[in-house]
Design a protein around this ligand. Sequence first.
Ligand code: ASP
Length: 305
Amino acid sequence: MTEWTLTIHGGAGGITREVLTPEQDAAARAGLAAALVAGARVLAAGGAAVEAVAATVIVLEDDPAFNSGRGAVLTSEGRVALDAAIMGGDRRAGAVAGVTATRNPVALARAVMEDGAHVFLAGGGADAFSAAHGLEQAGEDWFVTAERRRQLAELQAKGADAFDVEMKYGTVGAVACDMHGHVAAATSTGGVTGKRWGRVGDSPVIGAGTWADDRACAVSCTGSGETFLRAGVAHAIAARVRHLGEDAGTAAQAVLSEVVALGGTGGIIVVTPAGDTAMRFSTRGMYRGTVSSGVAPYVAIYGDE
Ligand code: ASP
């Protein structure tokens, strides 16, 4: 039996060797590997899965190669509006949407979980909770990169209704099972380029983009948020594992097929309390990686790896 295991994603989409420069490829792999190291350190020391997924996602949030925290995509107004969620297998959960001033949104989601009064905080209220709880604050100079400004300008040049459906720059997520057989999941994103109207995707929605239950599995998603919301993806996978007895890969594939049938696209990572893990995506690629006790880390991007 696996002592502990950690699986991560850094977004799914039209990611091919033709699309990425060698520099982008190398930067993404280095970022994924560093995130695995951070989470594995927690798990190897006997730490909790919830601690490990938070530590892992913080590394990815700080890495401008991914669409979360620093380097998040920009709203139609050129700002960041960050979404994140975390959940433990004991079904304690915390989530935030549209936050603008917390360096690590996953840490804020965790603070909401630890506080315990609420599960989901949004907008200015979530920013105020963050400041009141002493989380590290950051401004535009930290979050906004030249590349994301360029992407927004490119999208806006296509017209006001343009919507980024390519999603080749990724949301990040982690799922883990610790030595004690507990699972946890965390997801963090800037959402989609050019978003308006306070749009929120699946990532911070407990049961859609993020879910954990020690009776079934932990799940983190990336992809077309609107369809992932409509399919209730993360909870649906856990329900199949729990009630139908499906293995993680079978359940993830079945629900991903529902997303595709609804016109969506994306990727899913799953870990069970027995340490089984699955990575499934309907796109050309998904930034992803996994590491377990006694097994060397694996990092991949393209569909054929
Ligand atoms: N699912 C995210 C959202 O809709 C985007 C992504 O995964 O890249 O906000």
